[in-house]
Design a protein around this ligand. Structure first.
Ligand SMILES: [Zn+2]
Length: 593
């Protein structure tokens, strides 16, 4: 219609001139009208597009990008209520609570009403599930203003107050949500928990693998209490308002409020191991060889984390450093544990050793400057050498295998630094061991390393236990871990660690052969003191120098040998060599299996 009106043909020239002028005025007016209408529509189209895009970006976890997108909408129209609302949500996800609150104030002043597109209960739930209580609280508070009758907004608000330790507010909000929805089971349940916790004045936050309480927070003093005291001192570390934090206590400092942390530790085993070590100075670690879960970790001398303030001076001046975690932060010479490396290399590479065996042990090797405490006499094979722990036979075998193979297998078994460099996420401080660089021409160093008599070779008790675990687990090395899972205030798991293979170290056949030899060592060889009628134990002992004029004894092994459920390493400083360590191993295995 508009077109036909504009296209009317004039009858003569003067009419034509007037007509053209009028035509242009009309076209101008039409365009102006259209522009006036379209301009705001175009703007609101762009804003809606950006809101849609930002919402998608939030859904994908791209919070910074969402923030940028929403900021564009506010630039286009600073009085757009929903744009401010959306911007607030992006700030919440980014953990910027003050900015979020400010945007929500803006949105409320501009008259924001509830919109399903930006549901703040939903975002609150998401943040709550991740244990981000402060941000979740901002969301629920805003939601409770927009939807005054939604029980879940008040429940969420209550849960965040509960997690952050504000019990009166938590109870108040839970009750509000129950007034709106009397059948809200979770609210009822958490209300009871909050009432109880307020009455007792403590919250349990740390548990072992069976749910036994390992750590609690005392509300009034905002201090931590460890029910097992010095028994769990080293795996748990501590957190003290004046003395700072150490170990796991430091690692989980952001996770304690409102969450429940479950460890792989088994309290029963921890007590057994701690008692078995008694007053000896040393270290014990027990792990599950099939999963890598750390079940017990004992270091002695220890300290009582519940009496830190009182004992602090004594702890710091103690000559044997009670704060040192000997399992993870102290290295010892492996001694004849190194025979496992040499044996593994020879078996895995299928080396023929007829040049060496039968070997006549005379107690010393002149060329390599090595001396043994015993004269073993005639040794028929490397396997016999293993059972008798003849270091000289292993030294000769090492020379025969060559520096390259000995280096390769020490590295493979994780005795070098390599394994811990890629495992930065381990929850406790760990130091790596060291193995000497073996130049081809230095046969003395090679012989001493392969024979287990080189002081430059150093490993932690953890590494010793992992070596036992590799043999127990058919040659597979599992990643050791301590934190099993973390649950939020409502009991949802938001962080969990599962068994993970670090690498295949040995072929199953090689591991099996070494296992048989380790069983024989306990059954009739040098580690007889660990023998028990109840269970078959596979083991390896070692006597090593530790410091000036001091010896330490090792025992590493696993049980039951047929289907191992535990692998362990025990180091006793100043005990009677490996015999104390072997006896401790027997005591532990007899008690727990
Ligand atoms: Zn010998």
């Amino acid at each position: 219609m508009l077109c036909s009106y504009l296209m009317r043909v004039p009858r003569n020239s003067s009419q034509y001139y007037r007509y053209t002028r009028r035509k242009w005025i009309k076209i101008f007016l039409v365009l102006l009208t259209v522009g006036i209408f379209i301009y705001p529509i175009r703007h609101s189209l762009i804003i809606n597009f950006y809101l849609y895009l930002g919402k998608k970006q939030i859904g994908n976890g791209e919070y910074t990008r969402a923030l940028n997108t929403f900021q564009k909408t506010v630039t286009i129209n600073p009085r757009h209520a929903l744009a401010h609302d959306a911007l607030g949500m992006a700030y919440s996800y980014l953990g910027k609570r003050e900015e979020a609150e400010k945007e929500y104030q803006n949105a409320l002043q501009l008259g924001i009403k509830y919109q399903r597109w930006f549901d703040h209960i939903q975002s609150g739930d998401q943040l709550l599930a991740r244990g981000k209580y402060l941000s979740a609280q901002v969301e629920y508070r805003h939601a409770s203003r927009l939807q005054k009758n939604r029980a879940s907004a008040y429940f969420g608000l209550g849960a965040t107050y509960h997690a952050l330790g504000d019990f009166p507010q938590a109870i108040n909000q839970y009750r509000k949500s129950l007034t709106l929805d009397p059948n809200f089971a979770t609210a009822q349940q958490l209300l009871e928990v909050a009432v109880q916790e307020r009455k007792r004045g403590i919250t349990h936050y740390l548990f072992d693998c069976n749910g036994e309480v390992l750590g609690s927070r005392i509300h009034r003093q905002s201090q931590y209490y460890y029910p097992y005291g010095s028994i769990t001192a080293h795996p748990l570390g501590f957190s003290h308002p004046e003395l700072g934090s150490m170990g796991l206590g430091k690692k989980i400092s952001d996770l304690r409020m409102g969450n429940k942390i479950y460890l792989t530790l088994d309290c029963h085993l921890q007590v057994v191991a701690s008692r078995a070590l008694g007053w000896y100075r040393g270290a014990i670690i027990i792990l599950n060889p099939q999963t890598g879960e750390i079940l017990a970790l004992v270091s002695q001398p220890g300290f009582n984390p519940n009496r830190l303030k009182r004992d602090w001076k004594k702890i710091q001046n103690h000559p044997h450093k009670p704060l040192l975690n000997r399992v993870l932060e102290k290295t010892y010479c492996p001694g004849s544990l190194a025979h496992i490396v040499t044996l593994a290399a020879a078996l895995e590479e299928e080396k023929v050793l007829s040049e060496i065996f039968p070997f006549q042990c005379r107690g010393r090797l002149e060329e390599e400057d090595m001396q043994e405490g015993r004269i073993h006499g005639k040794i028929e094979s490397l396997e016999e050498a293993f059972q008798e722990a003849c270091s000289l036979a292993f030294a000769r075998t090492g020379i025969h295998l060559g520096a390259h193979l000995i280096s390769e297998y020490t590295e493979r078994l994780g005795w070098g630094p390599e394994i811990w460099e890629s495992e930065k996420e381990f929850p406790l401080p760990v130091i790596s061991g060291s193995i000497p660089f073996l130049p081809k021409e230095n046969t003395t160093l090679l012989a001493r390393t392969a024979g287990g008599m080189e002081d430059q070779c150093q490993i932690t008790p953890l590494t010793g236990a992992l070596t036992a675990a590799v043999i127990a687990n058919n040659g597979l090395l599992m990643k050791p871990y301590l934190i099993k899972e973390i649950k939020n205030i409502t009991g949802q798991t938001f962080q969990a660690e599962n068994p993970r293979v670090l690498k295949r170290v040995l072929k199953p056949e090689t591991a099996l052969r070494i296992k048989e030899l380790m069983v024989a060592t306990v059954d009739s060889g040098i580690a007889r003191l660990a023998k028990t009628k109840k269970v078959t134990i596979a083991g390896r002992t070692a006597t090593v120098k530790s410091g000036e004029n001091e010896i330490a004894g090792w025992f590493i092994g696993f049980a039951p040998a047929e289907k191992p459920t535990i692998a362990f390493a025990i180091v006793v400083e100043r005990g009677s060599g490996p015999y104390t360590a072997a006896a401790i191993a027997r005591k532990i295995v007899e008690t727990i299996l």
